[in-house]
Design a protein around this ligand. Structure first.
Ligand code: ZN
Length: 342
């Protein structure tokens, strides 16, 4: 049976791409599969040898496998990930998967192997049970066409729960690296509300205020979310190329859905953010507020960050995790990722 060669478009959304692969393979056939990223330049070699590691002169050693109690050849082992690992990787930034490699390959290929032909020798590394039948293990090859997804302009989001260091980091990026910064839409919306938002004491637990004129994120969540989204849209329209936004529209939805069961807050299309930087919670920056201790505020912030990661990822954005550190270190990390287009 010949190897099936097919083509698929790729817009940078790995989950969506995975679904389209599974659809092409057929649900039944998509079980027990290993996915491997490769390059279109290697297609001929792959079709001839069953792997992009085959057909080279000389014997390169992979190393000794404790499991198989023998020395393995480099060409007899592949790096690959399963469907479950690819899905896990979309929720966990540090976990590498085959699909995440596409961003580094100009003209990618996706190799689809039948896992029953392999023995797992190491995390994400699989040895061919019978190196002579490599061809048979290769079910399909997809040539991957990367779509130009660059939006009209590149906008970056810097986000994270309360007191994560967003403002200080952004100010540093503006002052030292010269970025244009956009203030948080929700806080601009609060500014616009003037006296309408007043009445809450930050030292006390939040209590709802029932007044006709009173509008705030807690007492009138839907009304406020709509105002904030409108603001977000305006500022994204006005923001210049390469601007950094303090929070994006997903933050507004996160806040709105945090305490309300309501899932869908209807919104039009927002900017296709070039990257979303999520700042890790630093307990040292947290302060007691709304009747909650420093410890409680820290734990709450961590839960919010988990939600932000999930929600931005689900919207198809690339989320870059910015670990705890000094303002300079974090700003430098963000600047490097932007300038290297990571
Ligand atoms: Zn209120």
């Amino acid at each position: 049976m010949g190897i099936r060669i097919d083509q698929l478009d790729y817009d940078g959304n790995n989950t969506k791409f995975l679904e389209s692969v599974i659809e092409k393979l057929g649900k039944k056939n998509s079980r027990n599969i290993l996915y491997r990223a490769s390059e279109q330049e290697s297609l001929e070699r792959i079709l001839k040898h069953g792997t992009d590691r085959g057909g080279f002169s000389g014997k390169k050693s992979w190393g000794y496998s404790e499991l198989l109690s023998k020395e393995l050849l480099h060409e007899d082992v592949i790096f690959a990930t399963t469907e479950a690992e690819i899905r896990y990787g979309e929720q966990n930034l540090e976990f590498q998967t085959s699909l995440k490699k596409f961003s580094l390959i100009e003209r990618p290929l996706l190799l689809v192997y039948d896992s029953s032909y392999f023995i797992k020798v190491k995390e994400k590394q699989y040895a061919f049970k019978n190196p002579k039948t490599k061809h048979e293990s290769l079910i399909a090859v997809f040539t991957v066409t990367k779509l130009k997804t660059s939006p009209e302009k590149n906008l970056y989001v810097v986000t994270g729960a309360h007191d994560c260091g967003k403002t200080a980091t952004l100010e540093f990026l503006r002052g030292v690296y010269g970025y244009n910064i956009q203030k948080e839409a929700a806080s601009l919306a609060l500014d616009d509300l003037g006296s309408k938002k007043l009445g809450h004491d930050p030292c006390m637990p939040l209590k709802k205020i029932y007044g006709k004129r009173h509008i705030c994120p807690v007492c009138t969540p839907l009304k406020f979310a709509k105002l904030a989204l409108k603001k977000q849209k305006e500022l994204e329209k006005l923001a210049s190329e390469g601007s950094l936004l303090e929070r994006g529209y997903v933050d507004i939805i996160e806040f709105y859905t945090r305490h309300n069961k309501t899932k869908d807050l209807k919104h039009d299309k927002f900017a296709d953010y070039a990257n979303v930087f999520l700042l890790e919670v630093m307990p040292s920056l947290q302060e007691p507020k709304w009747g909650k201790s420093k410890q409680e505020r820290t734990e709450e912030a961590r839960r919010i960050n988990d939600r932000l990661l999930k929600m931005y990822t689900a919207e198809g954005f690339n989320v870059s995790f910015i670990p705890a550190g000094s303002v300079e270190e974090r700003a430098k990390r963000i600047h490097e990722r932007i300038s290297k287009n990571l």
